[in-house]
Design a protein around this ligand. Structure first.
Ligand code: NDP
Length: 313
């Protein structure tokens, strides 16, 4: 680093994308500093077993996996700072980040890996049973409900895709749609409606999540008749959308209507030179730990190349 007050690489976010970027940047001798955000380790810290990340043949608990990621990043010299970046000024050769609304951080490159957050219904017991019957990711957790009855909430493409996925594992899938039509594309709807293992409950909302320490069933209210029915499901999947954690970049970085950062296809470049995006903050399609890690690697390599081309390192 030519000026010791300016970081070569600042990484915002501590999920698989951020830590993978840190591992690559650190091994390239760029001494990255990673700012964890309010939820160190990201979304994986609120899941239980992760069985689809290559390299863990027996599976691993999400929080442990993120500790492993962090330790690997630290091993090569990444500095980990606990705290949230609360505002940024990204234009120009030196980017400015404000940590926890007070400390000013300067950096030549910024890698954004702030992730996304699943939207939740906000009903009682939803968070208590999270990881114990309640999940916001069918691909992550569906396997644990093999041969059991499950319910999924939502009527978008994600809900349809996840209902179809679950139908191959669960003995029965109830899909709770709050209106009398679905927002999902026609083809996805058709797939769901033609699936004998999926029963769509229209005009339906979740009235109650039942159970003591684990989910044992749900109560469903029909919004037209107010009638309450009970479903003996052990899995309850919430698929009502995600929100990328990108509010602090509004007005500076290009994003789509939902707030996902736009990157050059196949690269991690944003619309601002020296600013790279990876992971779920720029991906509303795959949203997997392994895809996030892959794009984190890309961002670090792009940042390294940028610094070399600018002869800054
Ligand atoms: P969407 O925002 O498209 O859909 C959200 C769904 O959840 C809607 O049906 C909505 O109902 C429902 N919902 C929202 N809040 C509540 C609530 N409080 N209670 C009950 N239901 C609720 O999100 P998705 O994640 O499905 O999709 C996001 C984007 O990703 C879309 O553009 C989608 O097309 C895309 N996508 C594409 C895929 C593909 O092409 N294979 C796969 C997955 C996603 P309502 O309609 O009544 O508002």
């Amino acid at each position: 680093m030519s000026n010791s007050n300016i970081l070569d690489v600042a990484i915002i976010g501590s999920g698989p994308a951020g830590y993978t970027a840190a591992i690559y940047a650190a091994r390239a001798g760029l001494n990255p500093t990673l700012f964890t955000g309010a939820q160190p380790g990201g979304q994986l810290t609120i899941t239980t077993d992760v069985e689809n990340y290559p390299g863990y043949p027996e599976g691993i608990m999400g929080p442990q996996m993120m500790t492993d990621f962090m330790n690997q990043a630290k091993r090569f010299g990444t500095e980990i700072r606990f705290g949230s970046v609360t505002s940024v000024e990204l234009h120009g050769d030196v980017k400015k980040l404000i940590l926890d609304e007070k400390e000013e951080i300067l950096a030549r490159t910024v890698i954004i890996s702030t992730g996304a957050s699943a939207k939740w219904l906000g009903i009682e017991n939803e968070q208590k049973f999270n990881g114990h019957g309640v999940s916001a990711c069918a691909v992550c957790d569906g396997f644990f409900y093999r041969g059991q009855q499950v319910a999924i909430v939502g009527g978008g493409d994600t809900a349809c895709e996840e209902a179809s996925y679950l139908s191959k594992l669960a003995s029965k899938v109830y899909m709770l749609v709050r209106g009398n039509s679905m927002r999902a594309s026609q083809i996805m709807q058709k797939r769901v409606l033609n699936n004998p293992n999926i029963e769509v409950l229209w005009n339906s909302e979740t009235a109650e999540l039942l159970g003591d320490t684990m989910l044992t069933g749900i109560k469903v209210r029909n919004r037209e008749t107010n009638a309450i029915s009970q479903l003996d499901v052990t899995g309850f999947f919430v698929a009502i959308g995600h929100k990328p954690n990108t509010d602090i970049f509004a007005g500076q970085l290009d994003m789509d209507e939902a707030g996902y950062l736009k990157t050059v296809p196949g690269r991690s470049y944003t619309n601002i030179e020296g600013v790279f995006a990876c992971g779920d903050a720029q991906d509303n399609i795959y949203r997997q730990a392994v895809t996030a890690a892959g794009t984190g690697c890309m961002a670090a390599l792009d940042a390294e190349r940028y610094l070399a081309e600018k002869e800054l390192v």
